[in-house]
Design a binder for this molecule. Structure first.
Ligand code: ADP
Ligand code: ZN
Length: 191
């Protein structure tokens, strides 16, 4: 062949809470390892709800992941011969994560990101929308709406048994509030 095909691209797995993003990320990483590829798995250090050195899916699966404080740390932590880089909870990083993913993909790595695409108000969440724009492959998953059984694209945040207010802070990991999968029509935000 005259032209050698180059490796490297970005995949994004997005959706609301309980939509199966972590399950899908774990599945892709498991299959890459079966193919004997060198894989590195990362997550933001902020997300320590279940386990500080693992990704936990809501169905109980665990996978080891290296927690990082800042997106830039991923560039140093990835070895030159790494083939697949997986990053969970990508919405909690700042915009630098986009440059990090682009750089790794340009260098020939398969980059798989999983994260929330909307916050609890139903607005685009952090760097995820930009990642969706620059990715080669996008998978948008739906949970099951706990109210009506429809496709749940949103995450309902409930504090003290009531829907959140518009002006509540977006990020509060590990607090005592509850989250539910809800569809567009059953999702509520108090104003
Ligand atoms: P995410 O990473 O998107 O939050 P997970 O992969 O951690 O999702 O969890 C998905 C799993 O959550 C499902 O396979 C199912 O076992 C469980 N689950 C609990 N509530 C729901 C719901 N309302 N809709 C779909 N799955 C749910
Ligand atoms: Zn609904």
């Amino acid at each position: 062949p005259v032209h050698m095909q180059k490796q490297g691209w970005i995949e994004v797995i997005c959706g609301g809470m309980f939509s199966g993003k972590s399950e899908e990320l774990i599945r892709r990483v498991r299959r890459a390892r079966i193919a004997k590829q060198r894989v590195s798995v990362f997550k933001p250090a902020i997300d320590d709800r279940y386990h500080s050195e693992a990704i936990a899916s809501h169905n109980g699966e665990l996978m080891e992941a290296q927690p990082v404080q800042r997106a830039e740390e991923i560039l140093d932590a990835v070895s030159a011969d790494c083939q697949v880089v997986a990053i969970d909870e990508v919405q909690f990083f700042d915009g630098v994560i986009v440059e990090v993913c682009q750089r790794l993909a340009d260098q020939g790595m398969r980059v798989i990101c999983a994260g929330l695409d909307q916050d609890f108000r139903g607005r685009p969440f952090g760097p995820t929308p930009t990642l969706l724009a620059v990715a080669e492959f996008v998978t948008k998953l739906q949970a099951i709406c706990v109210r009506c059984g429809g496709p749940a694209s949103r995450t309902q945040r409930i504090v003290d048994g009531r829907p959140v207010r518009e002006d509540d802070p977006v990020i509060r990991v590990g607090a005592s509030e509850q989250y539910e999968a809800r569809c567009r029509h059953c999702h509520e935000v108090l104003r």
